[in-house]
Design a protein around this ligand. Structure first.
Ligand code: PLP
Length: 430
């Protein structure tokens, strides 16, 4: 099936006389006729549903759809994107283990690696998203368990060199984990470039209408946990689940089954079936929406680049962008709908003008100010006065967040209306 078809038909197809729409199975538990049937379920939890913290038929259909979209073997929905990243790390690491992570990732994920995971005894070495294979290899230690990066980073919009990161990871017997939230599988399928595990904040484009916080983990099914030699938890009996050996018993879906039977069981961070139902509906239009988001962003980025009030525009679809070549390679249909740009102070100061950026934002009528991206409605944010307001101008510059920077997430409105809203906001600066 083509990706547009998978968006609609993946995971659930009605049988004769069955509901056209994926049903919402609001049931915590499931009925069985015999003790043998229940015992069999404990031996083969992948063959049925026992309890909705572990699996639920509505969630399972959406998991199957997303796994198909990414070209993976299995997926597991989580309560948020943050939980998808955390469970992925927790499925691979224990206290004393170590991660190698691209420094261009979402701020919340940086916090996870720098603040929270060290409290569990898991440490991280950051490498540049432009790191060479040798630099990545130099950061890997005997206790390293994963290499992590974001395909298109929020908010830096850096494009990860997937093949370089994958080959450095694989040579060391490690899986490459990537966050593919911004491109979605419509614009990039990282498994085809060597990624082993893909995580998403479904809160962003997969939902796409600013309705529900959620996440998902997709297992490519391609990583050889036994051959790596670094993952005894995958190849030795799990005494907490009656001696299961994940690689032996689940083959290509060992990673997701281990995450489900150990971590979802213990943490209970499953989404409700109602959320999965809504995600299934929004996913039906994902391919259509992503093409529109990214083509509008291209038009808006080109418009902004020509504006005298704008000092610089960061969008990998622009020829002037330092990630343009990587974007052409991994994201030929466009990177995503998010742009950042710096409103100048007219004197050429490096960080642009905090006040003029705020003035542009305050004059916008259609575009709304929100702490969000990847939504059907175009929205914008001034990081210097919001997400990064605790930093001084000097600290902002060091973090690559200029005082005059605006983050703009292009929605699905008529691109002409977005451009004319920007036009009148710039006119108000004069
Ligand atoms: N990954 C990326 C790239 C994000 O942008 C975000 C949130 O903005 C997350 C992960 C975390 O997702 P959530 O907010 O669903 O927990």
């Amino acid at each position: 099936m083509g990706i547009d078809t998978t968006c609609i038909h993946g995971g659930y197809q009605a049988g004769n006389g069955e509901p056209r729409c994926l049903p919402i199975y609001l049931s915590t538990t499931f009925h069985y006729d015999t003790t043998d049937a229940v015992a069999n379920l404990f031996d083969h939890p992948e063959q049925g549903h026992m309890y909705s913290r572990i699996t639920n038929p509505t969630c399972a259909a959406v998991e199957e759809k997303i796994a198909a979209l990414e070209g993976g073997a299995a997926a597991m929905l989580t309560s948020s994107g943050q939980m998808a990243s955390f469970l992925t790390v927790a499925n691979l690491c224990k206290a004393g283990d170590h991660c190698v992570v691209s420094s261009a990732i979402y701020g919340g994920t940086i916090n996870l690696f720098t603040t929270t995971l060290p409290k569990f005894g898991i440490t991280t070495t950051f490498v540049s998203p432009r790191a060479t294979k040798e630099e990545i290899a130099a950061a890997i230690r005997p206790e390293t368990k994963l290499v992590f990066g974001e395909v298109v980073a929020n908010p830096a919009l850096a494009v990860l060199d997937l093949e370089t990161f994958a080959s450095a990871a694989h040579e060391a017997g490690l899986p490459l984990v990537v966050d593919n939230t911004f491109p979605t599988p419509v614009l990039c399928r990282p498994i085809e470039w060597g990624a082993d595990i893909v995580v998403h904040s479904t809160t962003k484009y997969m939902d796409g209408h600013a309705i529900i916080v959620g996440g998902v983990i997709v297992d490519s099914g391609k990583f050889d946990w036994a051959a790596s030699g670094r993952f005894p938890d995958f190849t030795e009996p799990d005494e907490s689940y009656h001696g299961t050996i994940y690689t032996r018993d689940y083959g290509k879906i060992a990673f997701i089954m281990k995450a489900r039977m150990q971590l979802m069981r213990d943490f209970g961070v499953n989404p409700p079936a109602t959320n999965a139902f809504i995600l299934n509906e929004t996913l039906e239009t994902l391919a259509l929406r992503m093409r529109r988001h990214t083509s509008t962003a291209q038009k808006v980025a080109e418009y902004l680049e020509a504006r005298p009030e704008v000092d610089s525009v960061n969008f990998p679809g622009l020829k002037s962008n330092s990630y343009h070549e990587l974007a052409n390679k991994y994201l030929p249909d466009g990177p995503c709908g998010v742009i950042s740009f710096v409103v100048g102070d007219g004197k050429g100061s490096k960080g642009g003008s905090r006040d003029r950026a705020a003035a542009v934002l305050d004059h916008l009528k259609l575009v709304s100010q929100e702490v969000h991206v990847a939504d059907s409605q175009t929205c914008a944010l001034h990081p210097a006065t919001s997400t990064h307001r605790q930093l001084t101008d000097e600290q902002l510059l060091a973090a690559g967040i200029y005082p005059g920077m605006i983050r703009l997430s292009c929605g699905l409105e008529d691109p002409k209306d977005i451009l004319s809203d920007l036009e009148q906001a710039f006119a108000a600066l004069a």
